[in-house]
Design a protein around this ligand. Structure first.
Ligand code: GTP
Length: 598
């Protein structure tokens, strides 16, 4: 197809500002979804998958469109994942586009993720078109929000597009803007094939499905392709685009967006960000900036019922097929028995995986506090990679420990600068820069141990800035630090899963705080429970929970049976998430208190 008539764009927005609703209206207006199939959040529905024999994971759709002058266009609406942990993937999706629609809720205004997304879009040289949404609501204030977009983001908003994605009002203006304001892609059809992989997933019928954006060259079914980073060759068995169902296409040229299948067995065969080229006539340079995603944060996952180990294993295996950034291997804990050490991109990634395991696989889990990877040099001269604090060698055998450092960028309104600086200092940060991007918006740059970022930094940042700060981070290097292992003993027995690695300077404070947190989260039992924090042989904190004597239900009003039953049910509910250690019952939240201790 004619490259001048292609428009590739994404919709970016803060959560709940109406991204999916606008996508639905666009699909209806362009006739991609007939009345028969019309339903809310059309693209979120996975039931198509069974009908068409291929999974539609991403909301990436090829839309043939004829404008009022009778000109024929191909619009590619490209979806982006929505989390900080996946910013590399967001960035790759955006780099497949020439432009982005920035949806801003006209009753709310610019929020943290609005900005984070805009910066990613601008980093990828995208043309950004602001769209004010929800103007059907009485509280909408398009004039004020337009000014805010101009002041805070610096985008021209003199004639803003104001829509109601809900009612469809003015959505046609959005399409006109896509056609007239966004540039067409560029590329050379005769150059060697160069295509960027911006998403891939595992489909049980087709194997790996790869979403790509063509930069140069032409691709056809049966072509022998090569994946740049791995050097592996494959034959294209299927080539097409989602409209929104999978439709086969014979050949594609520069600027086009599509999917291909090539008998790939695992996601590692088609890493997001990698370049596809021809085996016979490869490009000399790949699309720049490829980095394989690898887990940065490790945590133990244990079945609550030891008998569910095999079920959990099967669930992890299946999950891994569809998430290349997630890894797992068996591990054994003295306290929790048989389980798995799992690797994630970050804390949000852990939450997502945990939720999926519980919802889709009905697995009941204990998750232990996450840890970064430490590099330990032993006296004997070996270099060890430690992803589990309880595996740290005895201090007498350690020469030095290095920990990962992150480069951090915090965007924040200026009234919160003081609070952010204080927080960063508390987290062992080293300030690098501070710059006003507008009159009242500041970018603060720090280098900080990644362990500090990972723990409760994000929560604290949000709460100290009323949710206004947005954060981006990237791991840059490893640096030596004076680190020690903090152990927790319960009734005299060390509990390996509570061990954590902390800076020596903060160790006493963290130990006291952790012991106190555990005292609060471990319910009182029939006997005394003593909680101690120790470094080596030295006890640095001690708390005790006295045994309880009274029946808890005695607190309830005399004869209110239903209340009493509710309380008992609540206790039962709590039990499901407990693990017995020796004879002490420990609830899930206690395992995570390590995270919140400082
Ligand atoms: P996802 O992150 O993909 O789920 O999309 P989103 O969070 O950006 O927003 P979504 O489209 O799910 O919309 C969030 C809520 O706002 C939903 O309850 C929508 O029905 C509602 N909404 C979206 N657009 C409008 C609008 O123009 N007017 C009104 N009144 N409500 C809207």
């Amino acid at each position: 197809s004619n490259i001048d008539k292609i428009r590739n764009f994404s919709i970016i927005a803060h959560i709940d500002h109406g991204k999916s609703t606008l996508a639905d209206r666009i699909l209806e207006l362009t006739g991609m979804v007939g009345d028969r199939e019309k339903k809310d959040q059309y693209l979120d529905k996975m039931d198509l998958e069974r009908e068409r024999g291929i999974t539609i994971k991403a909301q990436t759709v090829r839309i043939p469109y004829t404008d009022s002058d009778g000109q024929k266009y191909i619009l590619n609406l490209i979806d982006t994942p929505g989390h900080v942990d996946f910013s590399y993937e967001v960035s790759r999706s955006l780099s497949s586009c020439e432009g982005a629609l920035l949806v801003v809720d006209a009753t709310q205004g610019v929020e943290a993720q609005t900005l984070a997304n805009v910066y990613l879009a601008l980093d990828n040289d995208l043309e950004v078109i602001p769209v004010l949404n929800k103007i059907d609501l009485p509280s909408a204030d398009p004039e004020r929000i337009s000014r805010e977009i101009e002041d805070v983001i610096g985008l021209d908003c003199t004639n803003p597009i104001a829509v109601s994605a809900k009612t469809g009002l003015n959505v046609q203006d959005v399409l006109d803007a896509v056609i007239h304001l966004l540039p067409a892609p560029k590329g050379d059809p005769d150059a060697p094939l160069k295509a960027l992989i911006f998403d891939s997933w595992y489909d049980s019928y087709q194997g790996v499905v790869v979403l790509f954006r063509l930069l140069d060259g032409t691709i056809k079914k049966r072509d022998q392709i090569k994946i740049f980073s791995t050097g592996k060759n494959f034959e294209v068995t299927r080539l097409g685009a989602f409209m929104p169902e999978a439709v086969d296409i014979k050949a594609m040229g520069p600027g086009e967006v599509g999917f291909l299948c090539a008998s790939m067995k695992e996601l590692g065969d088609a890493p997001v960000g990698d370049t596809i080229t021809h085996a016979e006539r490869p490009v000399s340079e790949p699309y720049p900036g490829f980095k394989p995603v690898k887990p940065m944060v490790f945590s133990g996952l244990y079945p609550i019922e030891p008998s569910e180990y095999e079920t959990l294993k099967a669930a992890l295996e299946k999950l891994q097929l569809n998430d290349a950034a997630f890894s797992y291997e068996p591990e054994t804990s003295q306290a929790l028995g048989f389980g798995f050490r799992c690797g994630f991109l970050g804390l949000l990634h852990i939450e997502i995986i945990q939720e999926r395991l519980e919802r889709e696989f009905e697995a009941k889990l204990i998750t232990t506090a996450p840890s970064v990877i430490y590099e330990v040099k032993t006296i004997a001269g070996d270099i060890l990679s430690i992803d589990n604090p309880s595996k740290l060698p005895d201090p007498s055998k350690i020469d030095s420990i290095r920990e990962p450092y992150a480069h951090l960028e915090v965007h924040v309104p200026n009234e919160f600068v003081g609070a952010v600086l204080a927080l960063c200092e508390e987290k062992r940060g080293i300030q690098k820069n501070m710059a006003y991007i507008t009159e009242n918006r500041v970018v603060i740059t720090y280098e900080m141990p990644f362990a500090e970022v990972m723990y409760d930094f994000f929560d604290k940042l949000k709460s100290s800035t009323k949710g206004y700060a947005s954060l981006d981070y990237e791991i840059i290097d490893y640096r030596e630090a004076d680190l020690v292992r903090l152990d927790i003993l319960i009734n005299g027995d060390p509990v390996d899963t509570f061990s954590c690695i902390v800076h020596r300077e903060n160790s006493a404070r963290t130990g006291r705080s952790l012991a106190l947190k555990l005292k609060r989260s471990i319910p009182r039992q029939m006997f005394e429970v003593v909680i101690q924090a120790a470094i080596g042989n030295k006890i640095i904190a001690k708390e005790r929970n006295a045994p309880f004597r009274k029946d808890v239900t005695a607190k309830c009003y005399g004869g209110d049976i239903s209340r009493k039953r509710k309380l008992l049910e609540k206790q039962k509910e709590g039990k499901k998430r407990m693990r017995r250690m020796g004879n002490v019952e420990i609830p899930q939240e206690a395992f995570l208190s390590v995270l919140k201790a400082d």
